[in-house]
Design a protein around this ligand. Structure first.
Ligand code: NAP
Length: 287
């Protein structure tokens, strides 16, 4: 133990702070006589976890004065029917953001469906156009979890310029976009994955360590450099208990900040969805 006073990030409090800022921006638009921003969510089937996420998104929209609409399709819906729903939301001028709730039922091409969302309404940042724009450093809608991670680092004043950042995981939704965002902020980024030879050695170099793997408690206390900022994105269920990629408690006295697996990155992800919806709305107003 190095005697560092570790901050366990309160993602819920941060999310509330940002939602209050978003609510002020939305109220200002409405006070000027404009309609509120609107998010549309496409849900296919009746997966209980997806239904619960959608409920959370509806409540989040309400909390900042945004409208939300749900497009529910049966699990038996064909790919053409799902694409048809996306197309009608694309064409609806009253809809600013469209989110397709994943996973989609077996047999449906998720890439095709998420890729069908108009890039200016793609608040999940998953379309090839937005992913490409992020890669090229152009303005875009960016995936929500990576945005939330950057917001956590910034609001805790973690220096990124010149920092060694290590990202565990290379998914399109977390690992790749967060690596690009960190690189844009002038961190030196190492991306690790399931074929990385010595994960621990890479982690020990990290000033900023982002774990987005989904392997419970993969990151051990002796993998973490004293003073590092550790962001645990992973969510796994072990014996019915929600568990992260990092053993948060073991990092007390070692890490400068660490996110807990509950009330850490999760509330920030949904808040960034709201921020993206506001960004899409303001871009539509300017058209
Ligand atoms: P994913 O698509 O399954 O990707 C997992 C990544 O981890 C892959 O790149 C994989 O490597 C790598 N990996 C797997 N086992 C590994 C190991 N033993 N050592 C090193 N790397 C390993 O997952 P994801 O969608 O990015 O999500 C990652 C985790 O974050 C999941 O637990 C998910 O539930 C959670 N999550 C949380 C939030 C939130 O808001 N809190 C949002 C999104 C995701 P390969 O590429 O080589 O296969």
């Amino acid at each position: 133990m190095s005697g560092i006073e570790t901050i366990v990030v309160d993602g819920l409090a941060l999310a509330k702070e940002i939602r209050a800022e978003l609510a002020v921006a939305v109220a200002a638009h409405v006070a000027s006589g404009r309609r509120p921003p609107k998010l549309a969510v496409v849900l296919v089937g009746e997966d209980p976890a997806s239904a619960s996420y959608i409920k959370g998104k509806r409540r989040a929209c309400q909390s900042v004065g945004m409208e939300s609409v749900e497009c529910n399709l049966p699990a038996s819906a064909s790919q053409a029917e799902i694409l048809g729903s996306v197309e009608s939301l694309n064409a609806d001028p009253g809809v600013d953001g469209i989110l397709v709730q994943l996973p989609l039922p077996d047999g449906i091409d998720a890439n095709l469906v998420t890729g069908a969302v108009r890039p200016d309404k793609d608040v999940d940042g998953l379309s090839p156009e937005n992913a490409g724009r992020l890669l090229l450093g152009r303005p875009c809608l960016t995936a929500c979890t990576p945005l939330g991670i950057l917001e956590i680092l910034d609001r805790h004043e973690i220096p990124l310029e010149g920092a060694e950042a290590v990202v565990l995981g290379r998914s399109n939704i977390v690992g790749k976009p967060v690596s690009l965002l960190l690189q844009q902020r002038n961190a030196s980024v190492t991306m690790c994955h399931s074929r990385t030879r010595d994960l621990a050695a890479h982690c020990r170099e990290a000033d900023v360590l982002v774990a987005a793997v989904g392997v419970p408690r993969l990151v051990k206390a002796d993998w973490v450099k004293p003073g590092a900022a550790v962001i645990d994105v992973g969510v796994s269920v072990v014996d019915g208990v929600l568990t992260g990629d990092v053993d948060t408690e073991s990092l007390r006295g070692i890490a400068r900040i660490v996110t807990p697996h509950r009330r850490g990155v999760g509330p920030m992800t949904i808040t960034m969805l709201l921020r993206n919806t506001l960004q899409a709305y303001e871009a539509h107003l300017a058209e």
